[in-house]
Design a binder for this molecule. Structure first.
Ligand SMILES: *[C@@H]1O[C@H](CO)[C@@H](O)[C@H](O)[C@H]1NC(C)=O
Ligand SMILES: *[C@@H]1O[C@H](CO)[C@@H](O)[C@H](O)[C@H]1NC(C)=O
Ligand SMILES: *[C@@H]1O[C@H](CO)[C@@H](O)[C@H](O)[C@H]1NC(C)=O
Ligand SMILES: *[C@@H]1O[C@H](CO)[C@@H](O)[C@H](O)[C@H]1NC(C)=O
Ligand SMILES: *[C@@H]1O[C@H](CO)[C@@H](O)[C@H](O)[C@H]1NC(C)=O
Ligand SMILES: *[C@@H]1O[C@H](CO)[C@@H](O)[C@H](O)[C@H]1NC(C)=O
Length: 288
């Protein structure tokens, strides 16, 4: 019997005490090491972990759409009745899966600028239907024409073209057409060289979003990925007051060491404005 029960207990206690002391010392050291590593690896420059994930977004980014289907188009057109709509969705697309292009570092301002190629792939498993689902919606070209051309003579001409093309205030279109574009029969008859394709996001594929210029975090990691300018400007020149500011990231990434009380701000070029989220996960508009 080389080791009795007491001896085992004492050995155990000694080893435990040594480990506890080591742990006590190493815990802050470990924290420091982790913080240091994160500060280094979160910088957006060639060679860091963050950079690789940032060039081509590592996680999947989805964009969801809900469409209002008009239930009483005839009544509205004939009797000016109050419009009745039914919301349908979500229809989900995977976006931001293409690698950023023309990435250029500016060591003086600690920023990096880039272009984001646009692309959207339909995701049937996260959608209530297919891209062929059809909706009754406002005829965008017909509705916009009288506002663009207030002259009554031109309106008369346009009206005859609208009738000739059998267009009216409402139209039936598939989800794919509405979002990504369709040939408009009325605009096709207009005897001027105008764009005849209409769609909420047309054109999208093979287009580029930006230029974005964001902080690379080299001098201050709390600013990493935050947008400095979009298309060369700090304001959108579209909204009044603080909504017009481009304040935050592009939502694909945020600076490290964020507290739960902090508000995450981001900018979405598709809706042409900034917005923000709170930790409660409720979605709300930003306060200045
Ligand atoms: C318009 O209103 C009239 C009178 O209330 C009604 O008879 C007719 O059915 C309505 N038309 C449509 C398309 O709802
Ligand atoms: C992106 O870079 C390529 C090659 O350097 C250049 O030809 C192109 O004009 C750039 N695109 C934009 C929008 O700056
Ligand atoms: C856009 O490109 C994606 C990926 O190639 C493709 O799945 C999608 O159908 C395209 N959308 C349109 C409207 O052409
Ligand atoms: C949608 O319609 C197109 C053309 O009619 C057809 O080729 C395609 O298979 C349809 N897609 C689905 C998912 O039904
Ligand atoms: C941008 O908008 C903010 C808030 O409205 C305003 O204070 C600022 O002067 C604007 N900057 C420019 C360059 O227009
Ligand atoms: C963005 O908003 C925060 C909080 O209101 C503010 O502290 C910060 O200065 C803003 N950034 C810019 C560029 O206006």
């Amino acid at each position: 019997m080389g080791c009795n029960r007491n001896c085992g207990l004492i050995t155990g206690a000694v080893i435990g005490a040594v480990l506890a002391v080591l742990g006590g010392i190493l815990m802050p050291v470990g924290d420091m090491l982790i913080q240091k590593t994160i500060k280094k690896e979160a910088v957006l420059e060639e060679g860091t972990i963050a950079f690789k994930n940032w060039v081509k977004t590592g996680t999947e980014v989805y964009r969801q759409f809900w469409i209002f289907d008009v239930q009483n188009p005839e009544e509205v057109a004939v009797n000016s009745s109050r419009i009745k709509v039914k919301q349908k969705g979500p229809y989900t697309y995977r976006v931001r899966y293409l690698a950023k292009a023309n990435i250029t570092q500016d060591p003086e301002t600690h920023t990096v600028s880039f272009l984001q190629p646009n692309g959207a792939i339909f995701e049937p498993s996260l959608s209530v239907g297919t891209e062929n689902d059809t909706f009754t919606v406002l005829n965008l070209a017909v509705a916009a024409a009288p506002h663009l051309y207030p002259n009554s003579f031109i309106q008369g001409v346009l009206n005859s073209l609208i009738k000739k093309s059998k267009s009216s205030m409402f139209q039936r279109r598939t989800l794919k057409e509405l979002l990504w574009g369709y040939q408009d029969p009325f605009l096709n008859l207009v005897p001027y060289p105008i764009s005849t394709t209409v769609g909420v996001f047309y054109p999208y594929n093979n287009t580029l979003d930006g230029v974005y210029k964001v902080y690379n975090g080299k001098d201050d990691i709390s600013k990493v990925a935050i947008i400095d300018t979009y298309k060369g400007k700090k304001n959108l020149s579209y909204w009044l007051s603080y909504c017009d500011l481009i304040n935050g990231t592009d939502a694909a990434s945020f600076p490290p060491f964020i507290e739960k009380t902090q508000v995450l701000r981001f900018f979405s070029s598709d809706i042409c404005r900034k917005t923000c989220i709170h930790f409660t996960s409720s979605f709300s508009t930003c306060k200045p």
